[in-house]
Design a protein around this ligand. Structure first.
Ligand code: ATP
Ligand code: MG
Length: 511
C-alpha cells in the first residue's frame, strides 16, 4: 500500500489549548481524501501543520514513507505539498501571473521575464483545465477565479499533493461543479488531494475516503462508498443531526422593510440593481434566490449603507433610510450578517470579545461618558460565546485565531442578540458545520416567531426552501417572481433564477 502522506499521532497546542490531540491521517496516492469535523475541530490546524506553518508538539509526518520535518512552507513546497487556504492569500493589486510566480520569479539578465511566466501559466492552466486570464488583476476577477489562481500557484511550484481548505464554501453552485471537475482532472494527472468541506454531499460525490475528527481528536477513517451522509454527520457531531428544520406557519404582520424602485450600480459603474421592489413583513422570513451576479451583493450593500444607491426608496418601519451611513442604519434597527466576514464583519486583530460589541460598545453599559467598561463588555461577550457555542480558547483570543466557522457564529450571535426589527442574513451558514447550521436556522426562525422581519440571501437552495416563508427570485437586478416554498420545487426555482418567465416555469401562487 502506497501512502504519499502519513500524519501519525499529531499533537498541536496553542498556549496550552490542545487543537490536535493524537490525530492520524494517511493519504493514498491518487485519492481524494476528505477531512471532516465540526467548526473548531482542528482541521485547518492539522493542515497547517502539514504545510509547515505550525510545528507539532508530538507525532510524525512521512512523505512517501520517509520521515520529514516540515519547518516552513518552502520545505512543504519542496516536498511537493501545496495548499489552497480557507482565506485566500493573494495580492489584490498584482496580476494573476505576478501572484503565481511570487517568490519564484524567472529572471533574464536581472529583470523579471513576465512574458515567459505568462506562457508557463497558460500551459499549466490548459493542462489542468483551469482557465484564467494571466494578465487580469486579482481585484478585477471573481472569487472562483481567485481560487483557480491559488491552485495554479501550487501547481507552478510543482505540487503533487494538494490541500484544499473549504474550497467550496466561497463558491456558487456553478463554480462548485467546475471545481469538482478540476479536482478529478488533477487526480487523473497523478495528484493526490486532501479536501476539507462541511458539505456531506460533496464528500459523497468526490472523495474516496474520509477522516473524521471531533474536538481535536481523531475519530477514524471511513471508506466513502460504504457510508452515508447521516453516518458521517453523527460521527462528526457525536449525535443524530436533523437535516430538516421544523417550523410552524408564519403570521406576517405589517411591512417592516419596503423597497421601491431601487437602482444601484456595481463597482465598474454598470447598473446591477434595476428598479427592485420588495417588502418584508414583521413575522416572516423572505429568502432571496438567484444565481450569483444578478445584483444580490449590490442590493444588500445598498440597503445596509455599504454602497451608494442611485435612486429609489428603502423604508424601515416607514422611515426613509436610503444612502444613510451603516451606523445610522444599524441604529435604526437593522442587523446585518455580512457576506464577507473578514471585510465587514470583524476586526481581526481585536479580541473576539470586543468584536461582539462592535455595534453597541458606545452605549451603556459598555461605555459611559466615552469611557469603555471592559468588565461589562467581556461579561456580555462571555455569555454570547456560550449561548452561540463559539468555540474559542477564551474571549480574549484574537478574532484572527478563531476557526472560520466560529468567526461566523460570533457575528451571528452579535447581530441576532441585538434583536433588530430587520435582520439581513447574507450567506449566514457559509462555512458552518451541519450541527451549527441546524442551530442558526432555529435562531432565524425564532427571530421570526418573535415578530421580527428576516431577509435571507443564500446560494444554497436547500436553505432557501427550508427556512423561508416566501421566496423572492432575483434576476438581472429585479425581483422577477415571489413563490411559496411549499408550492415550488428546486427545478421550478432553477428555471426562474435562469430568467425563464412564469408561464414556462409552470404554475405557482403569488403569496
Ligand atoms: N493561532 C491560534 N492561536 C490560538 N488558537 C488557535 C489558533 N489557531 C487555531 N486555534 C484554535 O484551535 C481550534 C481549531 O481551529 P481550526 O481552525 O483548526 O478549526 P477547523 O476545524 O478548521 O474549523 P472550521 O471548520 O470552523 O474552519 C479552534 O478552537 C481555534 O480557536
Ligand atoms: Mg478551518
Amino acid at each position: 500500500m502506497e501512502y504519499v502522506i502519513e500524519m501519525l499521532n499529531i499533537r498541536k497546542e496553542f498556549n496550552g489549548f490542545v487543537a490536535n490531540d493524537n490525530i492520524t491521517l494517511q493519504l493514498k496516492k491518487g485519492e481524494i481524501h476528505a477531512l471532516l469535523g465540526e467548526n473548531g475541530a482542528g482541521k485547518s490546524t492539522l493542515m497547517n501543520v502539514l504545510f509547515g506553518l505550525y510545528q507539532p508538539e508530538a507525532g510524525e509526518i512521512r512523505v512517501k514513507g520517509k520521515p520529514v520535518k516540515i519547518s516552513d512552507p518552502n520545505i512543504a513546497n519542496d516536498l511537493g505539498i501545496g495548499m489552497v487556504h480557507q482565506h485566500f492569500m493573494l495580492v489584490d493589486t498584482f496580476t494573476v501571473t505576478e501572484n503565481i510566480i511570487l517568490g519564484r520569479e524567472i529572471t533574464t539578465a536581472g529583470s523579471i521575464d513576465i512574458k515567459k511566466a505568462e506562457k508557463q501559466v497558460r500551459e499549466i492552466s490548459e493542462r489542468y483545465g483551469l482557465s484564467v486570464d494571466p494578465q487580469a488583476k486579482i481585484s478585477d476577477i471573481s472569487v472562483g477565479m481567485q481560487q483557480r489562481v491559488e491552485i495554479l500557484k501550487t501547481l507552478y511550484r510543482g505540487a503533487e499533493i494538494l490541500i484544499f481548505d473549504e474550497p467550496t464554501a466561497v463558491l456558487t453552485p456553478q463554480e462548485i461543479k467546475e471545481l469538482i471537475q478540476i479536482m478529478k482532472t488533477l487526480i487523473k494527472e497523478g495528484k493526490s488531494i486532501i479536501l476539507i468541506t462541511h458539505k456531506l454531499k460533496e464528500i459523497m460525490e468526490v472523495s474516496d475516503r474520509c477522516t473524521v475528527i471531533r474536538k481535536g481528536k481523531g475519530i477514524g477513517t471511513v471508506t466513502v462508498s460504504e457510508t452515508n451522509p447521516n453516518e458521517l454527520a453523527s460521527l462528526m457531531v457525536g449525535r443524530e443531526v436533523v437535516f430538516k428544520t421544523e417550523k410552524k406557519e408564519a403570521t406576517p404582520k405589517e411591512d417592516v422593510l419596503e423597497i421601491t424602485d431601487l437602482t444601484v450600480k456595481d463597482t465598474r459603474g454598470v447598473s446591477a440593481v434595476n428598479g427592485l421592489n420588495l417588502s418584508v413583513k414583521a413575522g416572516e422570513i423572505v429568502g432571496i434566490a438567484g444565481i450569483d451576479g444578478n445584483g444580490q451583493s449590490e442590493f444588500i450593500e445598498a440597503i445596509t449603507g455599504l454602497r451608494k444607491a442611485e435612486s429609489g426608496s428603502v423604508k424601515l418601519n416607514g422611515k426613509e433610510l436610503i444612502n444613510q451611513t451603516p451606523r445610522k442604519i444599524t441604529e435604526s434597527g437593522v442587523g446585518h450578517i455580512p457576506q464577507d466576514r473578514h471585510k465587514h464583519g470583524l476586526v481581526l486583530n481585536f479580541p473576539i470579545g470586543e468584536n461582539m460589541v462592535l455595534q453597541t460598545y458606545n452605549k451603556r453599559p459598555f461605555s459611559k461618558n466615552g469611557i469603555l467598561n471592559f468588565k461589562e463588555i467581556y461579561k456580555k461577550a462571555k455569555s454570547l460565546i456560550s449561548e452561540y457555542d463559539v468555540r474559542t480558547p477564551s474571549e480574549y483570543t484574537l478574532a484572527r485565531a478563531l476557526s472560520g466557522g466560529n468567526q461566523q457564529k460570533a457575528i451571528i450571535g452579535r447581530e441576532v442578540d441585538r434583536n433588530p426589527d430587520l435582520l439581513i442574513a447574507a450567506q449566514p451558514t457559509r462555512g458552518l458545520d451541519v450541527g451549527a447550521i441546524e442551530f442558526i436556522h432555529k435562531r432565524l426562525i425564532e427571530q421570526r416567531d418573535n415578530g421580527k422581519a428576516v431577509l435571507l440571501v443564500s446560494f444554497e437552495l436547500d436553505e432557501i426552501m427550508n427556512v423561508s416563508d416566501r421566496i423572492a427570485v432575483i434576476y438581472e437586478g429585479k425581483i422577477v417572481a415571489i413563490v411559496n416554498p411549499k408550492e415550488t420545487t428546486e427545478q421550478e426555482l432553477g428555471l426562474l433564477m435562469a430568467g425563464s418567465n412564469r408561464k414556462e416555469a409552470g404554475e405557482h401562487s403569488n403569496v
